[in-house]
Ligand binder design. Structure first.
Ligand code: UD1
Length: 338
């Protein structure tokens, strides 16, 4: 059992990972600046898990604060989630993204080195593959970043891999997520995007509550079976479990890994809408719209490496994802039909 620091610990994926880590007997410390996380997430996590959760309110670029936290409560590893993550915003303000994501990671790695913490799990993204030649995408596929956000994720991966290669880190796992969706089945934690959601699932759930009139389907003329974009959606609880297994692997082995986390199954926008309607009994009005600039027609993971190395495989299907995403959004909206 290990004590672990989660940067961005109150965020969407980190909060679900915290639940799984606590269930598996680990001790969790959350570090967050609450710039893109709700203040009540730690309290919700405590209610959900029955565990006490230390919270450090700090920016990862604040080496002094991070060093002080690591000195006060030494940890076996860091899981590094803290980052800015909006593609459009990254193109509008590149320096802000370089500063928070890249400089932030450097500052964090410095504080870890000073505190003798030599193991890290990093929250990367399949966005580093850009426009892939084909799917399923294996980890050795070329990386072709398409935007500033993707660039920062790739640089962060490289920083971590370099430190592992030169012996400054003993173990590291870069985890490339495909499209995380859903929420904890209790509906006590989930995703809370600020403003108009960019991503499909949070938009879909807001149409279902009546907060938005219809779902804009961005493009029906792609070279995919029904013409709409195909993605590898993965339930956030499966993703959380993968983090726990990756952590346990890097605690036991001195390795540097880059691993896809996806289901290996491609789902189109229209298939997602149908699964949502089946899982929730709610009709989703559609508005067929032009393609969204920068979108890829289709991509999904080859998830074989995660199974081989961590013994992990996604277990939850698209209806589980829709049901749990809906439970969370409905609970927030005060709708009681789930
Ligand atoms: C986006 C980001 C990616 C990031 C990921 C996080 C872009 C170009 N990519 O991926 O870098 O890592 O989110 O999950 O922003 N769609 C609609 N209507 C909507 C929203 C989306 O039809 O209102 C379609 C899109 O065209 C796409 C699919 O749904 O085909 C998934 O979109 P989205 O959830 O935004 O994820 P990605 O674009 O794959």
């Amino acid at each position: 059992m290990a004590r672990v620091l989660l940067t961005g610990g109150a965020g969407y994926i980190a909060s679900h990972t915290a639940v799984v880590l606590l269930e598996r007997g680990h001790e969790v410390i959350l570090l967050d600046d609450f710039s893109n996380a709700e203040r009540d997430v730690p309290a919700r996590l405590e209610r959900l898990t029955g565990h006490n959760l230390p919270v450090i309110e700090a920016d990862i670029r604040d080496s002094e604060a991070v060093s002080a936290a690591l000195a006060a409560q030494p940890v076996a590893a860091v899981i590094h989630f803290a980052a800015l993550k909006a593609v459009g915003e990254s193109e509008a303000d590149p320096l802000r993204y370089y500063d928070m994501n890249i400089i932030g990671t450097i500052r964090l790695l410095e504080a870890m080195q000073a505190g003798g913490v030599a193991r890290i799990v990093f929250s990367s993204s399949a966005t580093v593959y850009g426009q892939p030649d084909s799917s399923p995408i294996p980890e050795h596929a070329p990386t072709r970043v398409q935007n500033i956000y993707g660039r920062t994720k790739l640089v962060m991966e490289d920083l971590i891999s370099d430190l592992a290669r030169t012996g400054k880190l003993r173990a590291a796992a870069n985890l490339r997520y495909f499209n995380p969706v859903g929420a904890h089945p209790s509906a006590m934690i989930g995703e809370t995007p600020r403003g108009v959601p960019n991503n499909l699932m949070p938009y879909l759930t807001q149409v279902a509550t009546g907060r938005r009139p219809c779902l804009n389907v961005f493009g029906t003329d792609y070279a995919t079976p029904d013409g709409t974009g195909v993605r590898d959606y993965i339930h956030v609880m499966d993703l959380a479990e993968a983090h726990a297994l990756a952590l346990e692997h890097i605690l036991a082995h001195d390795v540097a890994l880059t691993v896809n986390l996806g289901t290996g199954i491609g789902i189109s926008v229209l298939e997602m809408v149908q699964a949502f309607e089946r899982a929730t009994g709610r009709a989703i009005p559609l508005n067929i719209s032009p393609r969204r600039p920068g979108d890829v027609a289709s991509y999904y993971a080859n998830p074989a490496m995660a199974e081989r190395i961590f013994g992990w495989k996604a277990r939850l299907n698209i209806e589980d994802m829709c049901r749990d995403a809906w439970r969370w959004e409905a609970a927030k909206a005060g709708i009681n039909d789930v």
